[in-house]
Write a protein that binds this ligand. Structure first.
Ligand code: ADP
Length: 179
C-alpha cells in the first residue's frame, strides 16, 4: 500500500527491515542500547559487530526514551541505522503516546540532518514493549504524514511490518487517513 502525502509517500510492506535498500533504517532499541531480541537482535545479527561497537563508543550512557541516536549500518544495505527508544506500554497514562511520537520525530529529524531521501521504520514499541498496535500505528502514521506534508527532502518512508496482524492494523489506520 502506497499513499502520497505532500511531496513524499508512505509505503506499507510486510517484510524484514534488515533487507531494505533505503538510506536509513530505524531500530527499536532499548535505553541501554544493549543488544536485545526482536528487530534489534535481527539488525545486530545482519549488520555485524561494528554497529554495537559504535553504539558503545559514542553513546556510553545510552539513549533516553523518546529519542534516537545514529550509527553507520555495518553490513546492511542502508547507510545509517537510527536507534530509537520507544516507551514500554504501562496502560497509556505514563506519557507513552508523547514518547512514541517523539521517537518517530527524532528519527525524521535525523533523516533530514543526514540528507536521507528514504527511510524505513519497524513498528516501534509494539513487540516486547506491548504498545497496542492500533494505537501505535495511529501515532506512527500521523507523525510521518505531518512531516511529509511539510518541506522535507524525504521522498519515501516505508513501514516494514513483520506479521500480517501488524500490517493489517497499519493498513486500516492509513485508510482512515485518506478521507
Ligand atoms: P519493542 O521492544 O520496541 O516492542 P520489538 O523488536 O520487540 O521492539 O518489536 C517491534 C516490532 O518489530 C514487532 O512488531 C516485531 O514483530 C517486529 N520485528 C521483529 N523482527 C523484525 C524484522 N526483522 N523486521 C521488521 N520488524 C521486525
Amino acid at each position: 500500500m502506497i499513499v502520497q502525502f505532500g511531496s513524499g509517500r508512505i509505503e506499507l510492506v510486510l517484510g524484514d527491515i534488515t533487507r531494505q535498500e533505503v538510506d536509513a533504517i530505524v531500530n527499536a532499541a532499548n535505553s541501554m542500547l544493549a543488544v536485545g531480541g526482536g528487530v534489534d537482535g535481527a539488525i545486530h545479527d545482519a549488520g555485524g559487530p561494528a554497529i554495537l561497537e559504535e553504539l558503545q563508543r559514542r553513546y556510553p550512557d545510552g539513549c533516553p526514551t523518546g529519542s534516537a541516536v545514529v550509527t553507520a549500518a555495518g553490513n546492511l544495505a542502508a547507510q545509517y541505522v537510527f536507534h530509537a527508544v520507544g516507551p514500554i506500554w504501562q496502560g497509556g497514562g505514563k506519557k507513552e503516546r508523547e514518547q512514541l511520537q517523539s521517537a518517530y520525530e527524532t528519527c525524521l529529524a535525523l533523516a533530514e540532518k543526514h540528507q536521507c531521501r528514504s527511510l524505513a521504520f519497524p513498528s516501534i514499541s509494539t513487540g516486547v514493549y506491548r504498545y497496542p498496535v492500533d494505537l501505535a500505528a495511529e501515532v506512527a502514521l500521523r507523525t510521518v504524514a505531518l512531516k511529509l506534508e511539510s518541506s522535507t527532502p524525504l521522498e519515501l518512508v516505508r513501514f516494514v511490518l513483520f506479521d500480517q496482524g501488524t500490517f493489517g492494523c497499519y493498513a486500516r489506520v492509513l485508510e482512515t487517513m485518506l478521507v
